[in-house]
Design a binder for this molecule. Sequence first.
Ligand code: ACO
Length: 429
Amino acid sequence: MADTLTITDNRTGKTYELPVQDGTIRAMDLRQIKTGPDDFGLMTYDPAFMNTANCRSAITYIDGDKGILLYRGYPIEQLAENSDYLETAYLLLFGELPTATQLTGWRRDITMHTMLHENVKTFMQGYQYDAHPMGIFLSTVGALSTFNRDAKNIFDAKSRLLQTKRLIAKVPTIAAYAYRHSIGRPYNYPDNDLSFSGNFLNMLFKMTELKYQPNPVLARALDVLFILHADHEQNCSTSSMRNIGSSHVDPYSALAGAAAALYGPLHGGANEAVLRMLTEIGSVDRVPEFIKKVKSGEAQSRLMGFGHRVYKSYDPRAKVIKKIADLVFAVTGKNPLLEIALELERIALQDDYFVSRKLYPNVDFYSGLIYQAMGFPVEMFPVLFAIPRTAGWVAQWEEMLLDSEQKIARPRQIYTGAATRNYVPMERR
Ligand code: ACO
């Protein structure tokens, strides 16, 4: 059997044979299908990219039906069990797990880049006292392009590596400063003695003590959450990173755009939305009433933290998170909203509305409960997502830059507006 697709255009009676590779046809191969010389050629119409591969990628693999997630071939469950965030970031960026020497060097390099220029601090102080930390985060990341002007040399491998290290290292510092700003406390400088997540907790929560001692259970839990959030192939923010990066702008500007995409409640803002939803429900006995409201489509309400464009089974990340929740709650005490979440999940997983639409808990359903138990305000949730996703964004950005098939991203449209018409003077309108 040939790996081809035969198409007959019933408008002309002509037949075309298109190659099929990796289960796809090339959209550009359709262009030859024309009704006449003036015809532009056939295009595909795919709002929201429901069935369009935009790149070839060797970074992350997802099987949404089976609930499988692999980073560079390694199952997410194994990485969550055995790795830490910095090692996973290395894996995503460079394709292989590091040797002991490589890992030591990588940790040292990241630790050396955690500090921000003092002017960044001054810049951040200009935000309103109640500014959303994600707004501060994404604009400050964008502002870093003005501090690292060498970053525009995107085809210089050495410069790319330097910006990569800076980005991975500095995003927790920006995130922590954004948080400290929002609560009106002085910013804490990084502590190079601590691990990546331990230092992050230090920058967030250190008060007047001389040395901050992160709780090892909470630091490890945060690190695992970072592993789970590090990449997720071509989602809304990652495809934004690739799209913006395809104009050959510097990575800080591209990453600011990716973070903006992550901010939305249908993406990284979902865990914030989950917490608000659980708070609004208020008690376990009100769960059935809420489910009824969701099913009726009333006020456009959705069961936040449920459903996924790709996963049509239980999100594998949600399974790992549910386990971590127990460890965290053993330290912090149970989050009172947990009972409501468990009841929501129990009812939804039995209800035909959710079952028939294959709606299962996603990564955000339980992560917010953990973050809240650890003392993070809900506004910090998307920021906590953006820190580890930086590794994925940068890995995907570099892969896009080095892919000889990629060009500036520029979708087509089907024009539905008025045909050419003459300007109408004001008095005749
Ligand atoms: N609650 C209730 N119904 C839902 C939900 C939900 N959470 N998600 C999807 N549906 C329904 C839709 O109404 C639709 O029903 P219909 O066929 O009767 O019209 C059907 O399921 C398919 O939904 P779509 O919106 O077409 O699915 P899509 O793939 O576009 O959306 C999304 C995926 C945005 C994640 C969606 O499930 C959603 O809004 N979930 C809640 C927000 C959320 O948790 N986002 C986090 C995603 S994970 C992440 O970004 C890290």
